[in-house]
Design a protein around this ligand. Sequence first.
Ligand SMILES: [Ca+2]
Length: 85
Amino acid sequence: MISLRSLKVVTVRVFLIAGALLLISKVPSLAQHRENCDPAYPNVCIPSPPPDLDCGDIEYRRFQVLEPDPHRFDGDKDGIGCERG
Ligand SMILES: [Ca+2]
């Protein structure tokens, strides 16, 4: 015969395990971080605008730039962003 008290303990444990699983399933924050990187800059991680960033706002230099270059890091359109500065 299962007492009400032990049933409560089991219920709490089930909720704890379910909560832990939920937490683990939400952990891929690394992948989420990756999603914030604009695909126009595949070798670096620069978030999509807004805000519109300039080369002075980022630490990267001479990185690959693909169309449509939303931040316009590659003003001369040679596929390399922030060559100067
Ligand atoms: Ca360029």
